[in-house]
Design a protein around this ligand. Structure first.
Ligand code: SF4
Length: 327
């Protein structure tokens, strides 16, 4: 690993000040992804700003919002009684992520910013437009079983890796940021960017900005929610396909629904056209099938991941069938 400098920040404002004044710096909290990337040469930073002393680890319910501090640990959030009760999709997504050891260590902010598991990206010896702009994307024609079928470009098809981000997308959460220009909120749906011709830029964050917390609206919809994750082994494995779903019905009619998908998109994937198919109609096997077809209408699968087109539709059938009592 290349040598780097280190500073422990004493406050969020100080962390942002140090970042703005220190070229080549980045923030570190749990370090469960960042340090692996630095060790493997997939990322290089001249200076790490340690956030662990900051008072940003609270999980609090206000009358309208769940507020999750960026330094709260994955396990702490997953097992919080209010999260389990009012946001089961969030708890389930976190518990389906990583391993118990990683969940004890990894911070919520870092979970959002974890990098793709694309093997070419993580192998410093491979070409990769995301790591080295202009070097090419071997995944387009190479090993692409784990890659995205939605939202890709001719420059990158890497799938987004965070289960939690998929749940937060279905919950209409927002990311609270502190930067040199002050504070701002960005909806999770706008936070992650499509790769387009510039796959190095993954989020809407500006230079030196710090995630300080997540805000999740408290709604009856969130309380009836589920996360289904399909993966190659039962633990410590990333999603092949996942679905975060929340549903409100009156009788059999769908009053409201939120759906987001993991493993299939270059960002946590939400398509409001899919929800529109279901809203205002009785939930049935036919309406779920129609919604699934809309979901994959723009899919662009590759040789190794063609199976995801059918798998994600079956996952949608399964989770909505369970939530809505349709079998
Ligand atoms: Fe790199 Fe993206 Fe291609 Fe993977 S899919 S090799 S991350 S450019």
């Amino acid at each position: 690993m290349r040598a780097f400098g280190y500073t422990a920040a004493g406050s969020p404002a100080e962390a942002v000040r140090i970042a703005a004044a220190t070229p080549g710096s980045t923030f570190v909290a749990g370090g469960t992804d960042l340090l692996n990337l630095m060790r493997d040469g997939a990322e290089a930073h001249d200076h790490l700003i340690d956030l662990n002393a900051l008072d940003l680890d609270g999980v609090d319910l206000t009358p309208g919002t769940l507020r999750v501090g960026a330094l709260a640990r994955m396990r702490q959030v997953a097992e919080h009684p209010a999260v389990r009760r009012e946001f089961p999709v969030l708890s389930e997504a976190l518990l389906a992520s990583a391993s118990p050891q990683v969940r004890n260590m990894a911070a919520i902010g870092g979970n959002l910013l974890q990098r793709t598991r694309c093997g070419y990206f993580r192998d410093a010896g491979s070409a990769c437009n995301k790591r080295t702009p202009g070097s090419g994307c071997p995944a387009l024609t190479g090993h692409n079983r784990g890659h995205a079928i939605l939202g890709g470009s001719d420059h990158c098809i890497a799938a987004h890796a965070s289960d939690m981000a998929v749940a937060l997308t279905a919950l209409d959460a927002s990311v609270h940021l502190l930067g040199p220009g002050g504070e701002r909120d960005v909806p999770v749906g706008d936070f992650f960017l499509l790769p387009g011709s510039a796959p190095t830029r993954e989020t809407a964050m500006r230079p030196s900005e710090l995630i300080t917390r997540l805000d999740v609206p408290r709604t009856p919809l969130a309380a009836r929610s589920r996360y289904l994750k399909l993966r190659d082994r039962a633990t410590f494995e990333f999603a092949v396909v996942s679905v975060a779903a929340s549903l409100r019905t009156r009788g059999r009619a769908v009053e409201d629904v939120r759906l987001a998908f993991g493993g299939v998109g270059t960002r946590p994937w939400r398509d409001v056209r899919v929800e529109a198919v279901l809203r205002g109609r009785p939930l049935s096997a036919a309406s779920i099938t129609e919604a699934g077809r809309v979901l994959v209408r723009d899919a662009r699968p590759r040789e190794g991941n063609r199976f995801k087109v059918e798998l994600v539709q079956r996952a949608l059938e399964s989770v909505l069938g369970e939530l809505g009592g349709v079998r």
